[in-house]
Design a protein around this ligand. Structure first.
Ligand code: KIV
Ligand code: ZN
Length: 513
């Protein structure tokens, strides 16, 4: 069967989404999971964009061994040099250069003639080839470009040494027929295209990203690009899990295969959702909470008689095992470590100790500890850079009654280690908590968005709160979990503030609890 390479851009195009800001530890954690997921290529960032991006790309390049790690670069030497510095230690150095080719982008954004665009593209690929064995060249806004011009520039960049050609539907404008026809046209009109990889990159503005990507595969694409859970700018990129499952379930139709480990889908999806704070819509294909729920009586009856009547994908296929008890209140440190290792977590002794303490606290309050709970708990330890803590919640208490004014009392450690206690009222319990924390935290906070959801299933599932705020004028998203949603809310508020403090590079003292 023809092999399709999977190029994951969760950490680059996905991270460009409004409200998403991952720190380096979180990016490394996601990259490690993408490697387990089986991504052929991981686009780990845009090294020239900021020192933080550079650092993350460099560290991912040094960590990931079984996937190719790449970084984005504009068609300028300084970007390509920055990418080389960040990626030169990787197993197979790969760079992704892009330049717009549509009339509207060339005239109004680049302010270059088509001839100048060809010259720039060729020069950048030649420059990159001095360092990188693998050079991907993307024709930004390819789907709105003149096909004849596109074929011409592609011939030139292949001659200059490009090893992959990508044709993005940058603004999500193409229909499946049009996008498929573009791939057919390029495969039939570019000599040498058979010697390079041909890639599809679809955005979802008109809800056609999955159909467009599949149309590209049917018409000659050998690589497809997308993100986990479809995160990305505006309406997002194509969701890789949808493509992987569609190619598997309908392999008779598409006749292609990938290296994706389907059983890693659920975990990858949960991790990306947890760390980016972007909640998955319940009816999202493949990974939504309701993707396998059968509500209507007729469907349930059919399922009981024969699951094939209504179920084309099983939860097991994507690693969504039935909720089962994994550890209990009486489990010891050994069993806990063993379980963590089986789940792929290699924590230092110190982090394992902290995770075990958190596990015991949870086990005291929650009868059934399932894998979803452990995932959250262990991931939190994994990404916790010990020198970072700033504000830390000690205690939260809320008085609420339908006839009373909600009042919150919060004790928290400040960055200087001082424990402060404040109280305030609000229109509801959540506002009372926010108002109280505003008194504790130095700096100006405006809440932009606040959401609460459950981790896993059942009445005693953990609650997760996600908060998007501006803190001292900077937009930032944070999250945290707890058994109680009000505690999760208070912790998420402080987590969001802390993320911005860390991002701003402020020197803070570690709080001692
Ligand atoms: O959508 C797009 O055109 C891109 C390019 C940078 C490849 O993301
Ligand atoms: Zn894109």
């Amino acid at each position: 069967m023809r092999k399709i390479d999977i190029f994951d851009t969760t950490l680059r195009d996905g991270e460009q989404s409004a409200g998403i800001n991952l720190n380096t530890a979180e990016k490394i954690e996601i990259a490690r999971q993408l490697e387990r997921f089986g991504a052929t290529i991981i686009e780990s960032g845009f090294p020239a964009a900021s020192p933080g991006d550079f650092d993350a790309v460099q560290r991912i390049a040094g960590t990931v061994k079984n996937s190719i790690v790449t970084g984005l670069a504009r068609s300028v030497e300084s970007d390509i040099s920055a990418a080389w510095e960040a990626l030169k230690g990787s197993e197979q150095p790969h760079v992704h250069i892009f330049l717009a080719t549509s009339p509207i982008h060339m005239e109004h954004k680049l302010m270059k003639t088509p001839e100048q665009v060809i010259e720039t593209a060729v020069a950048s690929v030649k420059y990159a080839k001095q360092f990188f064995p693998l050079v991907q060249w993307s024709a930004e806004d390819a789907s709105r470009s003149e096909p004849e011009f596109l074929a011409r520039i592609i011939r030139e960049v292949i001659k200059a040494g490009a090893t992959t050609i990508n044709l993005p539907d940058t603004v999500g404008y193409a229909t499946p027929q049009e996008y498929g026809a573009l791939f057919r046209y390029i495969t039939e009109n570019v000599v040498g295209i058979e010697n390079v990889k041909l890639s599809a990159h679809c955005h979802n503005d008109l809800g056609m990203a999955t159909a467009n990507t599949l149309a590209a595969i049917e018409n000659g694409a050998t690589q497809i690009e997308g993100t986990i859970n479809g995160i990305g700018e505006r309406a997002g990129n194509v969701a890789l899990e949808e493509i992987a499952v569609a190619l598997h379930i309908r392999k008779q139709v598409y006749g292609v295969e990938t290296d994706i480990h389907l059983k890693e889908i659920k975990r990858t999806s949960q991790l990306v959702s947890q760390l980016t704070g972007s909640i998955i819509q319940p009816n999202k294909a493949v990974v939504g909470k309701n993707a396998f729920a059968h509500e209507s009586g007729i469907h349930q009856d059919g399922m009981l008689k024969n699951p094939l009547t209504y179920e084309i994908i099983t939860p097991e296929l994507i690693g969504d095992a039935k909720t089962e008890l994994v550890l209990g209140k009486h489990s010891g440190r050994h069993a806990f470590k063993d379980r963590a290792l089986k789940m792929g977590f290699e924590l230092s002794d110190e982090k394992l100790k902290k995770a075990f303490v958190e596990f015991k606290k949870l086990a005291d309050r929650k009868k059934v500890i399932v894998e979803d709970d452990l995932l959250v708990l262990l991931t939190d330890q994994q990404i916790n850079d010990s020198e970072i803590p700033v504000y830390k919640l000690e205690n939260v208490q809320v008085h609420y009654g339908t006839a009373n004014i909600p009042t919150a009392t919060v004790s928290a450690y400040q960055p200087n280690g001082e424990l402060v206690t404040e109280a305030a009222t609000g229109a509801g319990s959540v506002e009372a908590i926010f108002n109280t924390l505003e008194r504790i935290v130095a700096g100006e906070v405006h809440i932009l968005d606040y959401r609460v959801t459950s981790i896993g299933k059942g009445r005693d599932a953990l609650g997760e709160a996600v908060i998007n705020m501006t803190y001292d004028g900077e937009t930032v998203t944070g999250r945290d979990v707890a058994q109680d949603v009000l505690e999760a809310t208070a912790k998420a508020y402080l987590n969001t503030v802390n993320r911005q403090l860390v991002k701003a590079g402020q020197k803070v003292k570690v709080a001692v609890v």
